[in-house]
Design a protein around this ligand. Sequence first.
Ligand code: C2E
Ligand code: CA
Ligand code: CA
Ligand code: CA
Length: 278
Amino acid sequence: AKENGKSDIVLFSSEMRSFALQKLQLENDLRRAIAGHEFVLHYQPQVEIESGKIIGMEALIRWNHPMKGSISPGDFIPYAEQSGLIVAISEWVLLEACQQNKAWQDAGLPKVPISVNLSSRQFLQHNLKNKVNEVLRHTGLAPQYLELEITEGMTMDVDHAIASLVELKQLGVQVSIDDFGTGYSSLSYLKKFPVDRLKIDRSFVRDIMDDPSDAAIVATIISITRHLNLKVIAEGVETEEQLSFLHRNQCHEVQGYWFSPPLNAEKMGTLLGRITCR
Ligand code: C2E
Ligand code: CA
Ligand code: CA
Ligand code: CA
């Protein structure tokens, strides 16, 4: 029994060591990626159902790893958050997204807002307003063409959230709450947060046709936005049936594979040029 116990401990500690090593490796990789420009942004269009017009787009990061190929954000953002490297990565994302949107506008393409995901660390930074302002000034993008996405989790400290949101709104940028409905729901605070839009999480949209409670949740979120005068968009819309459910329930804007997956900058530019926007 004693021997077994001992080998358990050895096994455990060697697992721990290799886990720690993996983390260290990933951190080093991330540092190199930041310095070596291994990140790219893809862009997913947002569409108005009735007109088929593109009314916005979301910037989504991808990591072109020299050995491992394209890595999706779900596989490295958590480590970037833990190590603090997310701050540098997020600053790059914001700059790149604004620069790209301005370049499309300068090329004569229709002007639509670009949405950027804020990380929790970024949202906690006291100089966020200045950083955003600096990027807008540097790129020349008008503030109404930038939307910042936060998640419900970032609004747990209600006073901080309100103060930060007020500052961001002073710049003239748009703010949305992403993955709405998945977090610890702060329905009663919603009216105090100066946000423009809710994004209905795709986990609800996925099952609206099969699961009556998901259908009810989606219909309720849409109705709340109407009463609070907020815009609403549904994420992860993949099928015609989901689309018509949303339309019937007065949600007129969608994002998802039904219209288009995230595209690289070149393809997104082409799409923008082919479609008349608002
Ligand atoms: P998110 O903000 O909820 O982004 C939407 C995710 O849903 C994207 O995954 C997108 O590719 C995917 N998606 C879009 N339409 C559909 C659909 O119809 N069906 C399905 N099944 N999926 C769809 P992606 O690009 O892998 O991003 C995952 C998450 O990583 C994002 O979720 C966001 O939380 C985070 N993320 C992405 N880019 C950034 C970034 O630049 N900064 C930060 N802090 N987080 C980011
Ligand atoms: Ca998002
Ligand atoms: Ca989302
Ligand atoms: Ca999500």
